[in-house]
Ligand binder design. Structure first.
Ligand code: AP5
Length: 223
């Protein structure tokens, strides 16, 4: 039986998880699973889950663990995750990390690596204020650091670019505070398991990609 591969991307809001996930998922042929993107799809479709999640997302708080864990479990059990997945935004609490460990035993897989993209707080606000996200598939751009060829239009699929409601300065500050209290402790959780790899997220997008791909490539060669 093939062991499934799971990679967990850690980092504060705006560190570049989604940006790098697009690159790594393609190179490693892993499904990119973004918990935030799944919540936004539900909100767009006005499902009960989407309406519930919005109450927390609008405040910059985390959606309750039980709801989030059930949603991710359902997503990871689908056939397109048969080889594993690249997790972006999950887990975000110790309970979610422990639940993930349990799920992966059932799915005959394991977390192989946890790249942690480190970016100091003062840079995060500027990153999120200038971010533009594609309406159809969530491709990410930035006014200054990764501008689309045509303003307001996604280079990848031609769909409209929009600014997320939770990227307002006040909500960003709240998201960063929530990250520091609830998610940052996962650095120690994965460090203790020997899975953490810290990347300097202040480098250019291409430099961060190169560093991540070289580390993950070396891991594959040794597996
Ligand atoms: P989510 O959508 O996961 O947001 P996040 O973690 O806050 O992360 P972001 O998407 O804001 O940032 P990112 O690190 O992906 O950065 P990006 O690549 O876009 O979650 C949203 C909400 O959903 C949460 O607040 C919560 O309510 C809920 N939620 C989600 N998961 C949950 C969970 N597990 N449990 C409970 N609740 C959950 O980059 C940012 C910008 O910077 C872009 O414009 C990009 O172009 C630019 N950029 C990227 N890299 C660089 C670089 N190296 N140099 C310069 N610019 C760069």
């Amino acid at each position: 039986m093939i062991m499934r591969t799971y990679i967990v991307l850690l980092g504060p809001p705006g560190a570049g998880k989604g940006t790098q996930a697009e690159v790594i998922a393609e190179k490693m042929a892993l499904q990119h699973i973004s918990s935030g993107a799944i919540f936004r799809e539900h909100l767009h479709d006005q499902t009960e889950l989407g309406k519930l999640a919005a109450q927390y997302m609008d405040r910059g708080e985390l959606v309750p663990d039980d709801v989030t864990i059930a949603m991710i479990r359902d997503r990871l059990e689908r056939p397109d995750c048969a080889l594993g997945a690249l997790l972006d935004g999950f887990p975000r609490t110790r309970s979610q990390a422990e639940a993930l460990d349990g799920m992966l035993v059932e799915l005959h897989g394991a977390v192989k690596a946890v790249p942690y993209i480190y970016v100091p707080e003062e840079i995060l606000v500027e990153r999120l204020a200038g971010r533009w996200t594609c309406r159809s598939q969530g491709h990410v751009f930035h006014d200054k650091y990764h501008p689309p060829k045509q303003p307001g239009i996604c280079d990848e699929d031609g769909s409209e670019l929009y600014q997320r409601d939770d990227d307002k300065a006040e909500t960003v500050m709240r998201r960063i505070r929530v990250y520091l209290v609830q998610t940052k402790p996962l650095i120690a959780y994965y460090q203790e398991q020997g899975l953490l790899f810290q990347v300097d997220g202040t480098l250019s997008i291409d430099q961060v990609s190169a560093s991540l791909l070289s580390y993950l490539g070396a891991l594959e060669d040794h597996s």
